[in-house]
Design a protein. Structure first.
Ligand SMILES: [Zn+2]
Ligand SMILES: [Zn+2]
Length: 330
């Protein structure tokens, strides 16, 4: 029987281990995909570090998957063998709950998440619900496109929630921010990048991607901003960002997990400032971003790791040692 390899998490707060498994079968409605690249997202860290509860265990993490269709399950239309596809964080939604019916499938009551409640892309092969697989065309490098599947898509949803303002702060200049900075520059918006204090390489990186200003998260920008998106999982950034936005400004929390938000004076929220979170993504977000990113000429800065070195990639992300995005290559 043909086999596959996967990096498997048996229990939170332990290292992933390489396992050999039988090649999965593409069930009805599914694709079997030969993975060519899988990005490493901060959400994977939250799964591995036990900050997201009740993962399927053992679990193969990974939800920024680029691969090629190897088998097509019964009842699936619209895909061809060998076609390049992407698999995102949302692996399936129910289609019948009040949220799914209201075009808010990102809030589905019984969702399935790739690399969290079903096996993901830290592997040579995986199956996925074809309804949540997206054709990627042939232009662009697999590894450089992989971060689009989460950092790009959820970044895009956060960006849309931030509104139409011309000045946008980005707190945490990692994978998502470096993609959005390029989209924002292409749209003629001005980006203000906030990083850890003293992280001059991240600040230089932000300026190289067109950021108008870059500085430490504790600093105030040179002018008040229309909106800010927080990608770093640090609750203290919420009051910091509220100080940096104008009256009526929006602060969007783009991550799935954050440390507690410290109490802050009501005056920071007063004057119709908003604080909101972004959860997951819809297929509409995915189609929009996958159309916009090539037009905007989005280029991801990636560090490639062989699949077997997934633990090292996770550690580098945890310790903030990366510029751009980590991508595993099976
Ligand atoms: Zn639903
Ligand atoms: Zn993610």
């Amino acid at each position: 029987m043909a086999g596959m390899h996967a990096m498997v998490l048996d229990r939170p707060r332990t290292a992933l281990t390489m396992r050999e498994r039988a090649l999965p079968v593409a069930g009805a409605g599914e694709l079997l995909i030969a993975v060519s690249a899988c990005g490493v997202c901060r959400t994977d860290l939250h799964v591995v570090d036990g900050e997201l509860e009740h993962p399927k265990l053992p679990i193969v993490p990974g939800h920024e998957v680029v691969g090629r269709v190897l088998r097509i399950g019964a009842g699936v239309g619209g895909f061809t063998l060998g076609e390049r596809v992407g698999v995102p964080w949302v692996g399936a939604t129910c289609g019948v709950c009040p949220y799914c019916r209201a075009d808010a499938e990102n809030l589905c009551d019984t969702p399935i998440f790739t690399g969290y409640t079903r096996d993901g892309g830290y592997a040579t092969h995986m199956t996925a619900d074809a309804r949540f697989c997206f054709p990627l065309g042939e232009s662009g490098d697999d590894a450089e496109i992989a971060p689009w599947l989460c950092a790009g898509l959820i970044g895009w949803r956060s960006y849309r929630m931030a509104g139409e303002g011309k000045t946008l702060g980005l707190y945490g200049f990692g994978a998502a921010a470096h993609i959005l900075a390029q989209v924002a520059a292409w749209q003629g918006r001005r980006i203000f990048a906030f990083t850890r204090k003293g992280d001059t390489s991240a600040q230089d990186f932000a300026r190289s991607l067109g950021a108008t200003w870059a500085g430490a998260s504790e600093e105030l920008p040179p002018e008040l901003l229309d909106a800010a998106i927080i990608f770093a999982p640090v609750g203290a950034l919420v009051p910091a960002a509220l100080k940096a936005v104008k009256k009526g400004g929006r602060v969007v929390c783009g991550g799935i997990h954050m440390s507690d938000i410290p109490s802050f004076p009501y005056s920071l929220l007063w004057e119709e400032r908003h604080v909101m979170s972004v959860a997951n993504l819809t297929r509409v977000d995915a189609r929009e971003f996958l159309a916009v990113a090539p037009q905007a000429g989005v280029k991801c800065e990636v560090t490639r790791y062989p699949l077997a070195r997934a633990n090292e990639a996770l550690a580098d992300l945890r310790e903030g040692r990366l510029t751009g995005a980590a991508v595993l290559i099976p």
